[in-house]
Design a protein around this ligand. Structure first.
Ligand code: ADP
Length: 295
């Protein structure tokens, strides 16, 4: 099974070109879609989830024409949107039953069993009579996963999932997601490199509506191997270093700036070579497209 996106474009009425000829092949497993805010991730996710129209291009899940056969894809889709604030007063159980019905599971008895087993999987069975409005951020996310996984979807889309979760909740969420990834295509859209690093076997980076890379994280790392150098400098020196070197990221550490640059050869001047990580790959790709970010 694979999802093939070809030449997908979308320009909003205000003239913003959110997707510019996007082509991606997404295999089974967890796929990380990385990009800074405004890159076009949500637009792409919503288009695949049939919630909005593209101007041109195609999306196929194997033989299913996603953009033209919306009902077929909706029956196979699990979608966890960025903001899951629907129906705060309905009980968890009732809402999940309703979602199962919308996904085409008509038999009431079958649905009841499915709802119970799904709530068990995400550890919310005990809270089944409570409404979403009473849940913590982590519980809401787990409900989000429950509603996305109900009905055995072959494609699951998760948009910016870990915002607002504390570290323990985030860990639980990661575990649940990676279980899902084994037999389905799970697209995880995020601006957090670590989420992709932890979970995804393949990935793409998009920025300003274009694909900057796609492949395996390891392949991406190989491209910058031996080219990343680091040095601690004073904050006031940043401008001078930016003029001279290809700065890919800066991090504040004990009041000084830890600067990472990309260079084909050893730059000298006190820089030391470091083992690249996925963040270096990401910042190296997007640094040519957006203003540098200080973390
Ligand atoms: P991301 O999810 O990567 O942050 P989005 O897909 O939300 O990116 O946005 C991509 C670009 O499209 C941004 O410049 C955003 O402001 C713009 N955009 C998103 N939705 C709309 C909309 N409904 N109308 C106009 N512009 C939009």
């Amino acid at each position: 099974m694979k999802l093939v996106i070809k030449n997908l474009s979308k320009t909003y009425a205000n003239g913003v070109s959110a997707l510019q000829n996007i082509s991606l092949t997404i295999p089974q497993g967890m796929f990380g879609l990385l990009g800074p805010n405004g890159a076009g991730k949500s637009t792409l996710m919503r288009t695949i989830a049939t919630l909005q129209e593209a101007d041109s291009g195609s999306v196929f899940l194997d033989e299913i024409d996603v953009l033209n056969d919306k009902q077929a894809i909706r029956e196979r889709l699990g979608y966890l949107p960025q903001d899951f604030g629907l129906y705060p007063r309905i009980s968890t159980e009732t809402l999940l039953d309703h979602i199962a019905q919308m996904k085409g599971i008509g038999n009431k008895g079958e649905r009841k069993e499915l709802v119970a087993s799904t709530l068990n999987k995400v550890n919310l069975y005990k809270e089944r009579k409570k409404s979403l409005g009473t849940f913590s951020g982590g519980m809401r996310q787990r409900f989000g996963i429950a509603q996305a996984m109900i009905g055995n979807p072959s494609l699951i889309i998760v948009d910016e999932p870990t915002a607002g979760l504390d570290p323990a909740e985030r860990n639980r969420f990661y575990n649940l997601l990676s279980e899902l990834g084994e037999n389905t295509i799970v697209i995880l859209s995020t601006h957090i490199v670590e989420d992709v690093n932890t979970l995804c076997s393949s990935m793409a980076v998009i920025c300003k509506g274009s694909v900057l890379m796609q492949g395996k994280p390891k392949e991406a790392l190989d491209k910058v191997e031996g080219k990343i150098f680091q040095k601690a400098i004073q904050k006031s020196q940043l401008h001078e270093y930016r003029e001279k070197y290809q700065v890919i990221s800066t991090k504040l550490h004990e009041g000084k700036l830890s600067l990472r640059i990309e260079s084909d050869g050893n730059p000298g001047n006190g820089f030391e070579q470091v083992q690249p990580d996925l963040e270096d790959v990401y910042f190296s790709l997007i640094s040519t497209k957006v203003d540098l970010i200080t973390i």
